[in-house]
Design a protein around this ligand. Structure first.
Ligand SMILES: NC(=O)c1ccc[n+]([C@@H]2O[C@H](COP(=O)([O-])OP(=O)(O)OC[C@H]3O[C@@H](n4cnc5c(N)ncnc54)[C@H](O)[C@@H]3O)[C@@H](O)[C@H]2O)c1
Length: 284
Protein backbone atom coordinates (compact mmCIF):
# COMPACT_ATOMS: atom_id res chain seq x y z
CA UNK A 1 0.00 0.00 0.00
CA UNK A 2 2.90 2.34 0.89
CA UNK A 3 4.08 2.03 -2.71
CA UNK A 4 0.79 3.54 -4.01
CA UNK A 5 1.31 6.63 -1.90
CA UNK A 6 4.92 7.25 -2.95
CA UNK A 7 3.72 10.32 -4.89
CA UNK A 8 3.18 12.05 -1.55
CA UNK A 9 6.71 11.47 -0.17
CA UNK A 10 8.42 14.75 0.75
CA UNK A 11 5.23 16.73 0.17
CA UNK A 12 3.10 18.90 2.43
CA UNK A 13 -0.33 17.79 3.67
CA UNK A 14 -2.94 20.07 5.22
CA UNK A 15 -5.79 18.28 6.97
CA UNK A 16 -8.71 20.10 8.60
CA UNK A 17 -10.38 18.39 11.53
CA UNK A 18 -7.08 16.59 12.19
CA UNK A 19 -7.57 16.49 15.96
CA UNK A 20 -9.82 13.43 15.85
CA UNK A 21 -11.22 10.57 13.81
CA UNK A 22 -10.69 10.40 10.07
CA UNK A 23 -8.64 13.62 9.91
CA UNK A 24 -6.36 12.40 12.67
CA UNK A 25 -5.91 9.09 10.84
CA UNK A 26 -5.11 10.89 7.60
CA UNK A 27 -2.57 13.15 9.32
CA UNK A 28 -0.82 10.21 10.99
CA UNK A 29 -0.75 8.18 7.77
CA UNK A 30 0.44 11.14 5.66
CA UNK A 31 3.30 11.65 8.12
CA UNK A 32 4.17 7.96 7.90
CA UNK A 33 4.36 8.40 4.13
CA UNK A 34 7.06 11.02 4.54
CA UNK A 35 4.89 14.14 4.34
CA UNK A 36 5.15 17.24 6.49
CA UNK A 37 1.70 17.73 7.97
CA UNK A 38 -0.37 20.69 9.06
CA UNK A 39 -3.11 19.69 11.49
CA UNK A 40 -5.89 22.28 11.53
CA UNK A 41 -8.64 21.98 14.11
CA UNK A 42 -10.88 24.16 16.23
CA UNK A 43 -9.83 21.89 19.13
CA UNK A 44 -6.18 22.97 19.24
CA UNK A 45 -5.33 20.80 22.27
CA UNK A 46 -6.26 17.62 20.40
CA UNK A 47 -4.51 18.70 17.19
CA UNK A 48 -1.41 19.62 19.20
CA UNK A 49 -1.44 16.23 20.93
CA UNK A 50 -1.56 14.40 17.58
CA UNK A 51 1.14 16.72 16.16
CA UNK A 52 3.40 15.92 19.12
CA UNK A 53 2.98 12.19 18.57
CA UNK A 54 3.65 12.64 14.85
CA UNK A 55 6.83 14.59 15.64
CA UNK A 56 7.88 11.88 18.12
CA UNK A 57 7.63 9.49 15.16
CA UNK A 58 10.20 11.57 13.30
CA UNK A 59 7.98 13.63 10.96
CA UNK A 60 7.49 17.39 10.84
CA UNK A 61 4.06 18.54 12.04
CA UNK A 62 2.39 21.83 12.82
CA UNK A 63 -0.91 22.20 14.68
CA UNK A 64 -2.88 25.35 13.82
CA UNK A 65 -6.01 26.56 15.57
CA UNK A 66 -8.53 26.91 12.74
CA UNK A 67 -12.27 27.37 12.77
CA UNK A 68 -13.20 26.41 9.21
CA UNK A 69 -16.50 28.24 9.65
CA UNK A 70 -14.49 31.49 9.37
CA UNK A 71 -13.16 32.22 5.87
CA UNK A 72 -10.36 34.41 7.29
CA UNK A 73 -9.14 31.53 9.47
CA UNK A 74 -8.57 29.51 6.31
CA UNK A 75 -6.69 32.44 4.75
CA UNK A 76 -4.45 32.50 7.83
CA UNK A 77 -4.01 28.73 7.66
CA UNK A 78 -2.91 28.95 4.01
CA UNK A 79 -0.46 31.76 4.78
CA UNK A 80 1.12 30.03 7.79
CA UNK A 81 1.38 26.74 5.91
CA UNK A 82 3.13 28.42 3.02
CA UNK A 83 5.52 30.32 5.30
CA UNK A 84 6.37 27.21 7.32
CA UNK A 85 6.50 24.41 4.76
CA UNK A 86 6.13 25.95 1.28
CA UNK A 87 3.93 24.54 -1.50
CA UNK A 88 1.00 22.35 -0.53
CA UNK A 89 0.80 18.88 -2.06
CA UNK A 90 -2.38 17.61 -0.44
CA UNK A 91 -5.30 19.57 1.01
CA UNK A 92 -8.06 17.60 2.72
CA UNK A 93 -11.11 19.67 3.66
CA UNK A 94 -12.29 17.17 6.21
CA UNK A 95 -13.65 19.02 9.27
CA UNK A 96 -17.35 18.36 9.71
CA UNK A 97 -20.05 18.25 12.38
CA UNK A 98 -23.30 16.35 12.86
CA UNK A 99 -26.52 18.12 13.79
CA UNK A 100 -29.81 16.33 14.41
CA UNK A 101 -33.24 17.88 14.43
CA UNK A 102 -36.32 18.70 12.39
CA UNK A 103 -35.79 21.48 9.84
CA UNK A 104 -38.12 23.86 11.71
CA UNK A 105 -36.79 22.93 15.12
CA UNK A 106 -33.10 23.81 14.84
CA UNK A 107 -32.31 27.38 15.86
CA UNK A 108 -31.06 29.62 13.04
CA UNK A 109 -27.60 29.78 14.64
CA UNK A 110 -27.28 25.99 14.57
CA UNK A 111 -28.32 25.85 10.93
CA UNK A 112 -25.73 28.54 10.12
CA UNK A 113 -23.00 26.72 12.04
CA UNK A 114 -23.68 23.36 10.41
CA UNK A 115 -23.66 24.79 6.90
CA UNK A 116 -20.69 27.06 7.62
CA UNK A 117 -18.52 24.22 8.91
CA UNK A 118 -19.61 21.48 6.52
CA UNK A 119 -20.06 23.45 3.29
CA UNK A 120 -18.35 26.81 3.58
CA UNK A 121 -15.37 25.22 5.36
CA UNK A 122 -14.55 23.26 2.20
CA UNK A 123 -15.36 26.12 -0.17
CA UNK A 124 -13.12 28.59 1.67
CA UNK A 125 -10.44 25.95 2.12
CA UNK A 126 -10.21 25.73 -1.67
CA UNK A 127 -10.55 29.50 -2.11
CA UNK A 128 -7.69 30.09 0.34
CA UNK A 129 -5.30 27.37 -0.87
CA UNK A 130 -5.93 26.90 -4.60
CA UNK A 131 -4.34 30.16 -5.87
CA UNK A 132 -0.89 29.25 -4.46
CA UNK A 133 -1.30 25.63 -5.57
CA UNK A 134 -2.16 26.76 -9.11
CA UNK A 135 0.70 29.25 -9.16
CA UNK A 136 3.18 26.59 -8.02
CA UNK A 137 2.10 24.54 -11.06
CA UNK A 138 3.08 21.31 -9.32
CA UNK A 139 1.10 18.09 -9.20
CA UNK A 140 -1.20 18.38 -6.20
CA UNK A 141 -4.35 16.88 -4.68
CA UNK A 142 -7.48 18.40 -3.12
CA UNK A 143 -9.94 16.09 -1.36
CA UNK A 144 -13.23 17.09 0.25
CA UNK A 145 -14.91 14.88 2.83
CA UNK A 146 -18.53 14.17 1.97
CA UNK A 147 -20.18 10.95 3.17
CA UNK A 148 -22.15 8.02 1.80
CA UNK A 149 -24.92 10.20 3.22
CA UNK A 150 -24.11 12.54 0.32
CA UNK A 151 -25.79 9.91 -1.86
CA UNK A 152 -28.71 9.31 0.47
CA UNK A 153 -31.55 10.96 2.33
CA UNK A 154 -32.35 10.87 6.05
CA UNK A 155 -34.90 12.87 8.02
CA UNK A 156 -33.66 14.38 11.32
CA UNK A 157 -30.18 14.57 9.76
CA UNK A 158 -31.37 16.99 7.07
CA UNK A 159 -28.80 19.73 7.73
CA UNK A 160 -25.94 17.22 7.68
CA UNK A 161 -27.20 15.28 4.68
CA UNK A 162 -27.80 18.34 2.53
CA UNK A 163 -24.31 19.63 3.40
CA UNK A 164 -22.79 16.34 2.22
CA UNK A 165 -24.80 16.46 -1.02
CA UNK A 166 -23.42 19.98 -1.53
CA UNK A 167 -19.85 18.75 -1.06
CA UNK A 168 -20.35 16.28 -3.91
CA UNK A 169 -21.54 18.84 -6.47
CA UNK A 170 -18.91 21.30 -5.21
CA UNK A 171 -16.19 18.69 -5.75
CA UNK A 172 -17.54 17.64 -9.15
CA UNK A 173 -17.56 21.23 -10.43
CA UNK A 174 -14.13 21.88 -8.89
CA UNK A 175 -12.78 18.80 -10.69
CA UNK A 176 -13.99 20.27 -13.97
CA UNK A 177 -12.61 23.72 -13.14
CA UNK A 178 -9.14 22.17 -12.74
CA UNK A 179 -9.58 20.57 -16.17
CA UNK A 180 -10.65 23.88 -17.70
CA UNK A 181 -7.48 25.45 -16.23
CA UNK A 182 -5.41 22.43 -17.38
CA UNK A 183 -4.09 22.40 -13.82
CA UNK A 184 -2.21 19.34 -12.51
CA UNK A 185 -4.47 19.26 -9.47
CA UNK A 186 -6.48 16.10 -8.78
CA UNK A 187 -9.81 16.55 -7.04
CA UNK A 188 -11.47 13.82 -4.99
CA UNK A 189 -14.67 13.47 -3.02
CA UNK A 190 -14.32 11.21 0.01
CA UNK A 191 -17.47 9.26 0.92
CA UNK A 192 -16.76 7.50 4.22
CA UNK A 193 -19.03 4.76 5.47
CA UNK A 194 -19.21 4.09 9.23
CA UNK A 195 -16.07 5.15 11.11
CA UNK A 196 -15.96 5.01 14.93
CA UNK A 197 -15.19 8.64 15.80
CA UNK A 198 -16.42 11.28 18.22
CA UNK A 199 -18.75 12.90 15.66
CA UNK A 200 -22.00 11.91 17.41
CA UNK A 201 -20.57 12.61 20.88
CA UNK A 202 -20.05 16.22 19.78
CA UNK A 203 -23.28 16.56 17.81
CA UNK A 204 -25.98 19.06 18.75
CA UNK A 205 -29.67 18.16 18.64
CA UNK A 206 -33.04 19.83 18.69
CA UNK A 207 -35.40 19.30 21.63
CA UNK A 208 -37.73 16.60 20.25
CA UNK A 209 -37.00 13.19 21.88
CA UNK A 210 -36.76 11.60 18.41
CA UNK A 211 -33.41 13.40 17.98
CA UNK A 212 -31.75 11.86 21.03
CA UNK A 213 -33.10 8.44 20.00
CA UNK A 214 -31.76 8.81 16.49
CA UNK A 215 -28.41 10.03 17.78
CA UNK A 216 -28.19 6.98 20.05
CA UNK A 217 -28.89 4.64 17.12
CA UNK A 218 -26.21 6.35 15.02
CA UNK A 219 -23.68 6.43 17.85
CA UNK A 220 -24.16 2.72 18.58
CA UNK A 221 -23.98 1.89 14.88
CA UNK A 222 -20.60 3.67 14.55
CA UNK A 223 -19.33 1.95 17.71
CA UNK A 224 -20.36 -1.53 16.57
CA UNK A 225 -19.82 -1.30 12.80
CA UNK A 226 -17.30 1.51 12.42
CA UNK A 227 -13.70 1.03 11.36
CA UNK A 228 -11.08 3.17 13.11
CA UNK A 229 -10.02 6.58 11.83
CA UNK A 230 -6.64 5.18 10.92
CA UNK A 231 -8.17 2.23 9.05
CA UNK A 232 -10.34 4.73 7.17
CA UNK A 233 -7.21 6.72 6.28
CA UNK A 234 -5.49 3.55 5.04
CA UNK A 235 -8.39 3.00 2.65
CA UNK A 236 -8.74 6.67 1.65
CA UNK A 237 -5.22 7.93 1.07
CA UNK A 238 -4.11 5.42 -1.63
CA UNK A 239 -7.27 6.22 -3.65
CA UNK A 240 -6.52 9.96 -3.46
CA UNK A 241 -2.93 9.25 -4.52
CA UNK A 242 -4.28 7.33 -7.51
CA UNK A 243 -6.26 10.40 -8.54
CA UNK A 244 -9.65 8.73 -8.12
CA UNK A 245 -12.58 11.12 -7.90
CA UNK A 246 -14.91 8.89 -5.86
CA UNK A 247 -13.04 7.78 -2.76
CA UNK A 248 -14.73 5.24 -0.56
CA UNK A 249 -14.04 3.40 2.70
CA UNK A 250 -16.82 0.86 2.11
CA UNK A 251 -17.05 0.45 -1.68
CA UNK A 252 -20.02 -1.94 -1.70
CA UNK A 253 -22.14 0.35 0.48
CA UNK A 254 -21.16 3.35 -1.63
CA UNK A 255 -22.25 1.52 -4.78
CA UNK A 256 -25.53 0.47 -3.14
CA UNK A 257 -26.27 4.07 -2.11
CA UNK A 258 -25.32 5.35 -5.58
CA UNK A 259 -27.54 2.76 -7.28
CA UNK A 260 -30.48 3.56 -5.00
CA UNK A 261 -30.04 7.27 -5.65
CA UNK A 262 -29.77 6.73 -9.41
CA UNK A 263 -32.90 4.56 -9.43
CA UNK A 264 -34.85 7.06 -7.34
CA UNK A 265 -33.91 9.89 -9.72
CA UNK A 266 -34.41 7.95 -12.94
CA UNK A 267 -37.86 6.85 -11.78
CA UNK A 268 -38.61 10.27 -10.28
CA UNK A 269 -40.08 8.35 -7.36
CA UNK A 270 -41.20 9.97 -4.10
CA UNK A 271 -38.59 9.90 -1.28
CA UNK A 272 -38.68 6.67 0.71
CA UNK A 273 -36.63 4.73 3.25
CA UNK A 274 -36.36 1.01 4.04
CA UNK A 275 -38.97 -0.09 6.68
CA UNK A 276 -36.28 -0.93 9.27
CA UNK A 277 -34.88 2.61 9.05
CA UNK A 278 -38.36 4.09 9.42
CA UNK A 279 -39.00 1.81 12.41
CA UNK A 280 -35.84 3.17 14.06
CA UNK A 281 -37.32 6.63 13.65
CA UNK A 282 -40.54 5.48 15.28
CA UNK A 283 -42.47 5.48 11.98
CA UNK A 284 -44.76 2.58 11.06
N1 LIG B 1 -17.49 9.00 11.25
C1 LIG B 1 -18.22 8.64 10.21
O1 LIG B 1 -18.82 7.55 10.21
C2 LIG B 1 -18.31 9.56 9.00
C3 LIG B 1 -19.04 9.06 7.90
C4 LIG B 1 -19.15 9.88 6.77
C5 LIG B 1 -18.53 11.12 6.75
N2 LIG B 1 -17.83 11.56 7.84
C6 LIG B 1 -17.19 12.87 7.73
O2 LIG B 1 -15.83 12.75 8.06
C7 LIG B 1 -15.34 14.01 8.53
C8 LIG B 1 -14.57 13.80 9.81
O3 LIG B 1 -15.46 13.37 10.81
P1 LIG B 1 -15.10 12.33 11.96
O4 LIG B 1 -16.10 11.25 11.92
O5 LIG B 1 -13.67 11.99 11.91
O6 LIG B 1 -15.48 13.24 13.22
P2 LIG B 1 -14.71 13.71 14.54
O7 LIG B 1 -15.72 14.49 15.29
O8 LIG B 1 -14.06 12.55 15.22
O9 LIG B 1 -13.58 14.68 13.96
C9 LIG B 1 -13.90 15.92 13.40
C10 LIG B 1 -12.85 16.94 13.81
O10 LIG B 1 -13.23 18.19 13.21
C11 LIG B 1 -13.06 19.20 14.18
N3 LIG B 1 -13.92 20.33 13.90
C12 LIG B 1 -15.24 20.48 14.18
N4 LIG B 1 -15.67 21.70 13.84
C13 LIG B 1 -14.59 22.35 13.33
C14 LIG B 1 -14.38 23.66 12.83
N5 LIG B 1 -15.38 24.55 12.82
N6 LIG B 1 -13.16 24.00 12.39
C15 LIG B 1 -12.13 23.10 12.45
N7 LIG B 1 -12.27 21.86 12.93
C16 LIG B 1 -13.48 21.50 13.36
C17 LIG B 1 -13.39 18.55 15.52
O11 LIG B 1 -12.82 19.28 16.59
C18 LIG B 1 -12.79 17.16 15.34
O12 LIG B 1 -11.47 17.11 15.81
C19 LIG B 1 -16.57 14.91 8.68
O13 LIG B 1 -16.66 15.77 7.56
C20 LIG B 1 -17.71 13.92 8.69
O14 LIG B 1 -18.90 14.50 8.25
C21 LIG B 1 -17.71 10.80 8.96
Amino acid sequence: MGQDMAVFRGGVAVITGAGSGIGEGLARLAAQQGMRVVLADVALDRAEQVAEEVRAGGAEALAVHTDVAEPEALDRLAAVTHETFGDVTLLVNNAGIETLGYVWELPAALWEKTLNVNIHGAIHGVRAFAPRMLEAGKRAWIANTSSIGGLGIMPIQTSYVLSKHAILSFSECLYLEMQVKKAPIHVSAILPGPVATRIFEDSKTGEDPVNARHREIMRNMLKSDGITGFEAAERILPQIAEGRFWVSTHPETTREFANNRARHLSELSAPSLPPEVLAGLGVG
